[in-house]
Structures are given as structure tokens and as C-alpha cells.
Design a protein around this ligand. Sequence first.
Ligand code: GLA
Length: 725
Amino acid sequence: MADSVHLRAAGCSLVILVEPDRLPRIRHWGADLGSLSAADLQGLNLLSDPQSALPGELPAAEVAVVAEAWTGWFGRAGLKGSREGRSWSPRFSTTGVTVDGRPVSGHVESGPGVLWCEAVDADADLALEVEFELLAAGLVRVRVRLINQGPVFELDELSINLPVPSQATEILDFGGRWGMERQAQRHAFTVGTHLRESRRGRTGLDAATVLHAMGPGATFGAGEVWGVHVGWSGNHRHFAEHDSTGVRLLGGGELLLPGEVRLARGEGYETPWLYASYGVGLDAVAHRFHRFLRDRPDHVSAERPVTLNVWEAVYFDHDLHRLTALVDRAAAVGVERFVLDDGWFGARRDARAGLGDWTVSPDAWPDGLHPLVNAVRGHGMQFGLWFEPEMVNLDSDLARAHPDWIMAARSELPLEQRNQHVLNLSIPECYAAIRDQLVAAISEYDVDYVKWDHNRDHIEAGLQLDGGVPAEHEQTLAVYHLLDELKNRFPRLEIESCAAGGGRIDLGILERTDRVWVSDCIDPLERQRLLRWTGQLVPPELMGSHIGSAQSHTTQRTHGLAFRAMTALFGHYGIEWDLTAATDDELRELSEWIGIYKQHRGLINSGTVVRGPDPADNLWLHGVVAEDRSQAIYCVAAMSWGVASTPPRARLRGLDPTRRYQVRPIVAGQAPHRFQPTRWWNDSQSTTTGAVLEHVGVQLPNLLPEHAILLQARTLDAPRSSSAE
Ligand code: GLA
């Protein structure tokens, strides 16, 4: 008889079937099933047992967490590898199971917790440890460790998968490119495999990010949605698989290069975590990721400091007087953190030289960075500094001294990208040289914040010193190790993950960093979309969200300050604009917007994100609702000129239906920006219940394209009933 374990947390249930002669299988991952007795769980097992196929066919395969071919599964195998052509079709038996460390027998129910299983295939001399964790956020995560108990085993792939029901008929994930990350793509979940692989040595500007399967027509607020995410910052894959027997799976893991993991006797390989989030609506799936990140012990404070990054203001033109003028202007408008970007070190006068030499450039900074840092600190601001620690230009002292530290798979170097190559941080001497330079610079300037960049894809990333053997796996671990070491050494240090914009956004890097740079594109029209979809994984306080100059450096489109400022508001607010070229009116309006951010950042950086329902195809709505639902802020953005001549109402989701709220616009500068105010715009009687705001909605004013409005809803009374949903 099978044992089953039922884990429950935050509206999610996970039921895992454990039998001695096979690997654990998931019978249910989805809606909370309520408390189940042993008899209920036994009934669940019986009632959900797969139906055998037609006579003459193999029995129905129920795919285990690591898919095995012996079960009659013809889809992707979870474990691929061999011992010189043998032991390639493993058949594991479970030998031990614990829940939160206690051995399991019979049917068990538990709150958030860890189910741990060990399994062996004595014939193949392999052992497996599987760890399922249901976190307090209702987020599931699974990882597997393979241990070789025989002669060398060459591992090609170890992937994890979770089943989704036949009601999941659509797929949603993301593609992207530089300046246009996380473009949503949605289509039918047809027979075959939707495979998303990244061989870029970083998460990728085109990463799948979260791969969802969902009910037909699921929206931000409705329809069942299951999503998976591989928490790994190097090569990886996500897949959605649907076979002709009707099985539907979501899965993923690290993508290993040929010969990359060769396990000697007694050695093991551990997969990254595969995260799995279930919810009704895409927002609910996102909330579990957000809550998980917010539950991290060192999660940032909601009072995120307003940041100015100098990249688009000065590029490589580092000049103390120019930058000091920028510091003064930044302080005057209310900036709290000043970040010096690329160009301060080595021979880095442009993108052709200097990477790898992390000492201050005597040409650009004859007196070091202290005069600038003193100016920044003089205004009470924090100081941040840019690094790209994994990279090197051939024109650098480091590359000249250690050409063999550059990653390459053959005697020629790989193709250059942005004039740079990748340093092999798995070489201990190389790792130490980079670490020591970083530690020296961070210590000398008491750096509060590091912008950690990674501006090229890896190609042929091998270890030159060992004939070019692949080194991606070790490289990713070395980067994690370096980040961990810096965090231990400088506990107050905040680190941003940037990779030519949003090319390294995943839960592996977010285990050790404090924000991501969403994109190099700061055009607010693009940013509306970028923030909307990056928010599927990342909460607002971890998304670097800046106000650029009027004309976007990336798209050359021009936008008014209000649209730029309102768009950037729903993230970790900042500026990427040469304020020394801004007019007095612009500076005045900018400081008003910064004041608005400071007033509302506690809510924006801790509340529940809601997206949609969009009032119209061209009108996008999103907002943040306080956890206690006492207040919320919404933005409606006109992405283009509307089809209808009069605007619709906007439905405000997420409020307490029984409480009364006052709805007011939030304005700054020259508002109301050439639209005709609605009746309620200037009327403080605009007060009603959360139910009215959600189901009747708020009449919108006419909005010009590429303009937006902000609405604030605030309760006037205490909750009427604590059970109100
Ligand atoms: C990348 C980053 C930018 C900037 C430049 C500097 O492109 O995304 O924000 O830091 O590098 O070279």
C-alpha cells in the first residue's frame, strides 16, 4: 500500500504518493484541499489512480518527479547519462522518507514543510535524494541530488517535472532581447514539447522566466494557473510537455554541456531548485513568488532609497566637476543614493579596455574617487559603484598577465562581444584576484551598493588550462560563492543584478542580491510592459525603475515627465537622466514626484500587486494594495490612442468589498495633463465601498496616448468583518 503525504500552506495543497518500488509521484499540486484524514487520502489515491490504456497497450505511465523510461514513459527522461553506455535507464526504489525529519509511515498531513526521500538503483549503482518543500508562501520547490556509487558516471541532464491536469490547455512564458525583455507569448498546450533552453551562461535577455500552464482564457485575476521557474543563473531549460496519452508536465533544470558533470565514485550532483507556483489568476502565481522573496531574512526595507544612476547622464565621460554638479542636483530633488556606473577604473575610457582592472583610473580620477564620494556623503546620500566582475577586455593588465584565465573551449578565443571575454572564476587564483580587487574598492570607499553587471553571452565557455573542458556549471557556482563571500564580509552591502539590462533575473541570483535592473530601455511605454511582466516573478521593491530623460536613449521616443514618473513609481524608484541639463520646471516637478514616491513607498514596496482587468485594449491598469487593504494606488496608462471615443470605467481590484474608500487622483506638476476632468476628479465626496469600486468601477477621464493617471483609494473606516473576502 502506498503512503501519501499532504502538505498544505497559504491556499495550496501538494499530495505526494510514496511507494517503495518507485520514485515519488505528485497526485495533486493546486488548490487547497482542506484537512484530509488518512481515510480521505486513501480515497484520494484510489479515486485518482490512472486508468489503464487499451488492451494490448502498456499500463498508463504516471510520471515521477524524475521521469523514468522503465515506467512506459516515452517522453523526455528526467535523468540522462551513462557509464560508458551502461546504466542509462535507471529504475529507482524509494528506501526512506521523512517529513520535517520524521520518518513517514501511512498517510501524513503537515503544514509548510519538507518531504525528503532517498532512493537507490542498486543495479545501476546510483542513488537519488529528492527534496520537496512547501514554503509558507504556498510556493513549492523541488531539488534532486544524484550520487554515483559506481565507476565514473557521465551526467547529461537531471530535470524535475510536476504534473498539471488536463484543464491546463494554454501556455504562457516569455521571450525577449536587449531592451525588450520578457515579451509574453501565449499559445495552446498542444501535443509535443515546448522547450526553452538557455546556453548563454546567464539567465538570458530571452529567458522563459516563468513557464505557465493554465486554464482557457486565464487572466490576471481568474482561471487556474500553474507556473514553474528554475532558480539558476547559468545554462538552464524549462519545458512543458504533453504526450499522446494525455500526460501534461511542467519542468526544468540546469542545462549541462557535454562532459560537464562526470561523477567519480561517491561524488554527487545537485540540481537547482525548481520552483512551482499555483494560483487562481496570474497575480496569485506572482504573489507566491513575491511573498517568498519578502520572507527572506535579509529582504530590503520598504523604504527604498531614491537612486540616481549616472550611466545615461554621462556614459564614459567621467569628470569630477560634471559629476559633482550632478550630485548637487540629485540631492536637491531628493535623491538618497548616488551610483557611479561604468568608466571609473583601469584604462576604461570607453568599452574597449579596462575590464578586469578594478582600480581607480588615474586619468579620469587623479585624486581617486574620494572627492566625489565626499560630495555624495556630504549630502547624506549613499554611494554605489558599478562592477562587471566576470568579464575582461583583452586590453587590460589582467588579460595581459593571465591570458589563460579567459574561458575558451579550443586554442582560439571565442567570438568577442562588446569587446570582452569571460573570466573563468572557477580557477582559484582568478577568483581570488577578482575578489581581492572588489573587496579593496568596496572597503576604501565604504560602498553601500554594487551594481553587478554581466554584459555578454558566454560562448565556448571552457577551461583553457584543462584542454577547454566545459566550465559553465562551476562558473555559476563560483559567481554565487563570490556574491556570498561579499555579503558575509559587508553585511550592509546591497547588490543589484544587471546583465545588459534584465539578463540575469532568476531566484538563484535573487537568493543573494537585492534588486534587478529590469532593462536598459527606460522608455516609459516599454517600461509599462517590462514592469508588468517582470513583476510575474519579482516584487516592486526589487525592480530597478528609473525616470529617464524626456527623449529615450533607447527608442528616441519623447514623453512628458508625468508619464515617465508615474510609470517608474511601481518599483525601486530612481533617475537615469542628466539633471544638469534639466530645466527648473522639470526639476521642480521631479522633486514633487520624488516626494510622492517617498510618501507612498511603504505601500508600493510591501503591498499586493494587482494587474488588470484592463479597462480597454489600449488602457492598462495595475496597482498595489496594502496587505491590510486599508489603501491602494492604481495607475491607468494609455498605451495607444483608444478605439472608443469615450473612456470606460476602471475596475479597482483587491480592496475589501465591505469597507468604504475615498478615491482621489495623485497629481504633480502641470496636471491635469490636457484631459477633461471627470465629475469626481475634484470632488472629495468620491467615497464608496470596495465592492462598488471592483464591480462598478471608476469613470476614467479622457486620456491622451502615452499618458497616465494615478488613483489612490484610502479607507475611511475599520474592517467591518474580519472574514470578508
Ligand atoms: C549595461 C547596463 C547599463 C550600464 C552599462 C555600462 O549595459 O545594463 O545600465 O551599466 O552596462 O557599460
